[in-house]
Design a protein around this ligand. Structure first.
Ligand SMILES: NC(=O)c1ccc[n+]([C@@H]2O[C@H](COP(=O)([O-])OP(=O)(O)OC[C@H]3O[C@@H](n4cnc5c(N)ncnc54)[C@H](OP(=O)(O)O)[C@@H]3O)[C@@H](O)[C@H]2O)c1
Length: 249
């Protein structure tokens, strides 16, 4: 199959490209560094010719809800319009577990807008909600790190290995559209502070962590709200295994 990956140069996008190529598919990479801007649609129509399915693994770093809604809304509208024109048969969206249960996280507002547009759009779709990635905890500490100290919320999560979610996306994209896919998670629950501490240890980084609910993640994310719901698909790689393999993103 010919599969396009939007966000092909990103963390999960690049692993999804690798998984698709490993399985013998032809991959069309989409990102600004590859010459396609999804906010302006420049270069998009040209690369979608003959594409069977598209995986959307784009992201933005905005911390304001209006900005995330604007980014994900514009990107999704442009993708769906171009896919419809090119007769792409399947749009696969990488989403996040629990975005409908947590109201006050800016990134989640953009992800809800993405999901809304995909569900209302003209291209048959699958939405794949994933839990936090194994490297998420260490990433969070970089947002507040100053003079060797970082704050981090003590979230309860059931994280997934980046390569595992990429494998799921590649598998889904090369199958039939399924609508809302079950939540996809790793095999074990973990504490985000402990994850960050252990990741930094393996990476040889010395950082003092201060657990708090006063940072970007507040108590709306406390308890079991971030855990997968219903009959989740459980990916194989534990956080410990990912650490033992070097904790590389
Ligand atoms: N972090 C987590 O734990 C987690 C959990 C579940 C789901 N997710 C979701 O996973 C998705 C992927 O996250 P990630 O960390 O892999 O993202 P990432 O590494 O930040 O990559 C983002 C990608 O989007 C591309 N991009 C950004 N703006 C663009 C534009 N205007 N036009 C074209 N391409 C653009 C970037 O390429 P260029 O810069 O070259 O344009 C890059 O390839 C996100 O939607 C996120 O919500 C994350």
């Amino acid at each position: 199959m010919r599969v396009a990956v939007a966000g092909a140069t990103g963390h999960i996008g690049s692993l999804t490209v690798a998984a698709l190529e490993r399985d013998g598919h032809e991959v069309i990479g989409i990102s600004r560094t590859l010459g396609v801007d999804l906010l302006t649609r420049d270069g998009l129509d040209e690369v979608l010719a003959g594409v069977d399915a598209l995986v959307d693994a784009t992201s933005c770093t905005a911390t304001d809800p209006d900005e995330t809604v604007s980014f994900f809304g514009t990107v999704t509208r442009n993708l769906l319009a171009a896919e419809h024109k090119a007769r792409v048969r399947h749009h696969v969206l990488l989403s996040i577990v629990s975005i409908h249960r947590v109201a006050d996280v800016a990134h989640y507002a953009g992800k809800r807008e993405q999901e809304r547009l995909v569900q209302a759009g003209p291209v048959p779709w699958t939405i794949v909600p994933a839990t936090q990635f194994h490297d998420f905890a260490a990433t969070v500490t970089t947002w507040t790190e100053q003079d060797g100290v970082a704050t981090i919320a003590p979230l309860l999560v059931q994280p997934i290995a980046p390569a595992d979610i990429a494998d799921v996306l590649a598998e889904v994209a090369t199958g039939e559209p399924q609508g809302r896919y079950p939540d996809v998670a790793g095999p074990q629950t973990e504490d985000l502070v402990d994850m960050a501490r252990r990741t930094n240890e393996v990476r040889g980084r010395h950082l003092r962590l201060v657990p708090t609910w006063s940072g970007p993640f507040g108590t709306s994310m406390a308890g079991e709200v971030l855990l997968p719901a219903g009959r989740a698909r459980i990916a194989p790689t534990t956080f410990d295994e990912w650490l033992s393999a070097g904790a590389t993103p």
